[in-house]
Design a protein around this ligand. Structure first.
Ligand code: SF4
Length: 191
């Protein structure tokens, strides 16, 4: 992983490298059973060089805590490692040139479960054009890894309702499913 960090640190393979402050490789234990993949760093992440530290990250922390999943036991990263200006969706050509880093991270960590936060990682991993509203809450198998798409926390910040079938209520269901699958994976590892 340190080799990947070195390469990402100097990377100018796509236009996003030009305007970034710091690339954000990701963080977490290299033997994590559970990996979260978001879209790309935001403004706070770009300044700190760490993933999910802004408002969306703080909401993610609260979701994890409520589900009794420790952030310290998961590996968190993004599809692109440099901040898209104005938090726009990364362009397909940026994703294509950056994907070798995410591929390498997944190969090193070899998680049992990947949670895709939002459209961009869900579409990249599942190779689908379906949107997150249709994909979320369903389990997929990808290269032997269980994959669960969920709403991105920044989307939840824009949709405050907790009513039945609201994005927040659905996310609560989804994280419970992830927690159950994580418990199974922990059990398998302990045997
Ligand atoms: S987004 Fe990825 S490919 Fe583009 S400059 Fe950053 S690390 Fe390199």
């Amino acid at each position: 992983m340190s080799k990947i960090a070195e390469e990402v640190g100097d990377c100018q393979r796509c236009a996003l490298g030009k305007d970034r402050n710091m690339p954000v490789l990701g963080e977490g234990p290299l033997d994590a059973l559970l990996m979260f993949v978001g879209e790309g760093p935001g403004a706070d992440e770009d300044v700190q060089g760490k993933p999910f530290v802004g408002k969306a990250g703080q909401l993610l922390d609260r979701i994890l805590k409520a589900a009794e999943i420790s952030r310290e036991e998961i590996y968190i990263t993004n599809v692109v490692k440099c901040r898209p200006p104005g938090n726009r969706v990364p362009a397909i050509e940026e994703i294509v040139v950056c994907q070798k880093f995410l591929e390498a991270q997944i190969a090193i960590i070899n998680p049992s479960i990947i949670v895709c936060l939002g459209n961009t990682p869900a579409k990249w991993i599942l190779g689908t054009t379906e949107g997150i509203t249709k994909l979320r809450g369903r389990w997929f198998s990808w290269r032997g890894i269980d994959v669960m798409p969920m709403f991105h926390p920044s989307y939840l910040l824009r949709n405050e309702s907790r009513k039945k079938d609201s994005p927040k209520a659905l996310t609560w269901q989804d994280i419970q499913e992830v927690r159950k699958r994580l418990d199974d994976a922990r059990l398998r590892r302990s045997r």
